[in-house]
Design a protein around this ligand. Sequence first.
Ligand SMILES: [Zn+2]
Length: 363
Amino acid sequence: MRRRIGPALLVSLLAAAALLVPDPAGGFGTVDGGGQHREHERITRAALACADGRRPGDGCFAPATLSQLAGEGRGFGAVGAPDRTEVNVPAAHCDDGDFLSGGYPRTRDQATAAIAACVEHLRGRFRQAVRGAAGLLGPHGRILEAEVRLDGGCLLVEHGEQRAKCTVLEEFGRALHGVQDFYAHSSWADEADPARPIGPANPPGLNLPAPSPVLDLRGSGAPSVPADLATGCFVLQDTVPGVGACAQRITHAAVNKDNGLIDPVTGSVSSPGTPRGQVGRNFEKAVTGAIVESRHQWRELRDALRAEYGGRKAGAMACALTHDDPPADCGGGDGRTTIAALIGFALILGVIPMSSGPRRPSR
Ligand SMILES: [Zn+2]
């Protein structure tokens, strides 16, 4: 959930500056190493893979498509894209929304503004996904084969990717990264350490479930932010207590639940890796929240497609986005498929009365 340090950057940082950075910050991780275990990928898989015999469609994604969304092997996937290109954009990771009542270097309004900036950033990604889905279909609502191919894997848009399915997955994946980070980087779902006094090193936890109304990505108004909701202040030297711009403040290091082991099938967790994640069931709550929220946002995206394009086109878009071979798997109103369906329907209409009507005596 908080993956600030990109892969290439991480490698060079570890090599060159490991001694200067006592405990490199991650959000939920996107790589294996440096304390990360590809948490974003595993959360995304636990949330959206087709398991238990479910077929790709409404709630889940087929394997090759899911790998583009979640990442695989060394690939970051769409959900890891912010760790490649938005490492230093706090809004992409819901950072810097820190506040504590009773004498604090920042005001509640400043913290709320930072959280609202995150929501607004993710709304932008979500809207881009809705807009981009138009490119999946041709003028008659047919799925365009060239726009849904995944050959060679998706590139990033800023590296020249133009296929509609890849670009929609990227925008949606970036939105998923941010909402997953929200659970790892904020006090929404966790609890404070009961053994220590409340303070910047141990802010209150709200212990709230997902989905969070704060993450209303289809909305346009200011999100309603609870008075005690905080995310962590982040600078490269991420410590408790904070230093530099984060001095006297709740830091990412104090509040994050970024790291630990996650089963990509069940979403069950073990070995929480951060101090806040080790309090009670905090890591589990963050991961469960991220999984529930990711499923919720996929439902929201389908609803948004329906509102924007109508049910028939939205259905074809969702099919194209979740299946590995959409031209074959989605029908898509293609001529031959439609004719075959009509013939089948006519046969059923004709056959049922014949077989259920009174039988004439046979001669
Ligand atoms: Zn992140």
